[in-house]
Design a binder for this molecule. Structure first.
Ligand code: ATP
Ligand code: MG
Ligand code: FE
Length: 345
């Protein structure tokens, strides 16, 4: 079946066509630059940008796929989690298309879709697999027994998401928004061992209760303090070294816990997804440590890690292929949809 996927949970309007695990078209319009001067996504601005971009992006995806909407067999849409107003634009568009065509509608989870994006590059996920989801608003370690049916959370951040930490530290260092790519670039020039920043929730006493949880707010505070002390002493801030040391701390904890989860559950496959997966140090360290531990690593190309419609269509295709009942036309936009809920009814 040909699946149309629509994404609008944050600041990317994404529309894509997928058949099985084959990506036929992937159109994305981003409002990221409209938010840059505010240093973060402004929900009202994002919703309005989705409204303006939705129909042109659908038309672009159709042209790219050489398909008409009438060719579509099913419509998948992100129903949550994300910004309520932004989600509503995508959900309304998906309902309109599905209703007009008389085709089934599937509301799917944005976070599970980040994990599922990988099938477009590497084929069906091994099951079970451990998945590390690292994005702007979420950080989860998942046990995926079936991406369309059975996703279990092993742990999550107890405070900031990984991407949020990148964005906040970048702002502190005076690097441009969005922070993730800026820190990644600055870190390339720096020494990751220059400063020993803390690794959250890795002390023995924390591991008892938070074995697979993460914490990044202590790390952020440590960076703030380190920078302030330097300023007070009238010394220059070695931005590249701070960025590299911070990036190392994040990549170290993420990969360490992900691999520990694989070992604990006797699983030989690790999938990493979400916007922070674009990070070059995270990719390199994950590769190295997985190779050392005999774990096979799956990371999709960067374009599939950040928000897009392709991942939504890909998850929709998995749900359709399992023969799941479609969602109702009363499908809500669920801003706090839990990660274990793959499909909204
Ligand atoms: P969520 O998926 O949790 O709803 P989101 O959709 O806003 O949040 P994504 O688009 O998946 O998040 O990812 C965006 C985040 O990824 C931002 O915080 C951004 O700073 C971060 N990011 C992007 N590129 C990089 C990079 N090279 N290194 C580190 N972080 C990055
Ligand atoms: Mg974005
Ligand atoms: Fe996302």
């Amino acid at each position: 079946p040909l699946v149309l996927g629509i994404e609008s949970s944050c600041d990317e309007t994404g529309v894509a066509f997928v058949r099985g695990t084959t990506l036929l078209a992937d159109a994305v319009a981003s409002s990221v630059q409209e938010h840059a001067r505010f240093g973060g996504v402004v929900p009202e601005v994002a919703s309005r940008a989705h409204l303006e971009a939705m129909i042109p992006t659908i038309e672009r995806a159709c042209a790219e796929a050489g398909s008409r909407l009438a060719d579509v067999d099913a419509v998948a849409v992100t129903s949550g989690p994300g910004l309520a107003g932004a989600l509503m634009v995508g959900v309304a568009a998906a309902k309109a298309v599905a209703w007009a065509l008389g085709k089934p509608l599937y509301g799917v989870n944005h976070l599970c879709a980040h994990v599922c994006a990988d099938v477009l590059d590497h084929g069906p996920l091994p099951e079970p697999t451990v998945a590390l989801l690292v994005s702007g608003g979420h950080t989860n370690l998942l046990l995926v027994r079936d991406i369309a049916d059975d996703v279990q959370s092993l742990g999550a951040t107890v405070d900031d998401a990984a991407g949020e930490a990148f964005d906040k530290v970048a702002r502190l260092l005076g690097l441009p928004y969005p922070g993730g790519p800026s820190i990644d670039q600055a870190a390339a020039q720096g020494d990751p061992r220059a400063i020993a920043f803390p690794r959250g929730l890795t002390a023995r006493k924390d591991l008892e209760r938070h074995r697979f949880d993460f914490s990044f707010s202590g790390l952020k505070t440590a960076v703030v303090r380190w920078v302030q002390e330097r300023e007070r002493a009238g010394e220059p801030i070695p931005v590249a070294d701070v960025a590299a040391s911070f990036n190392e701390a994040v990549a170290d904890v993420l990969t360490r816990k992900a691999i520990d989860a694989c070992l604990e559950y006797g699983i030989h496959d690790l999938q990493i997804g979400g916007g922070v997966t674009a990070n070059s140090r995270l990719r390199a360290l994950a590769e190295q440590r997985c190779a050392d531990a005999g774990i096979s690593l799956r990371v999709p190309r960067v374009r599939l890690c950040t928000d897009n419609g392709a991942m939504v269509a890909a998850l929709g295709a998995q749900v359709v292929s399992r023969g799941h009942a479609p969602s109702s036309f009363a499908l809500p936009a669920d801003s706090s949809m839990p990660v274990e809920m793959v499909q909204a009814l």
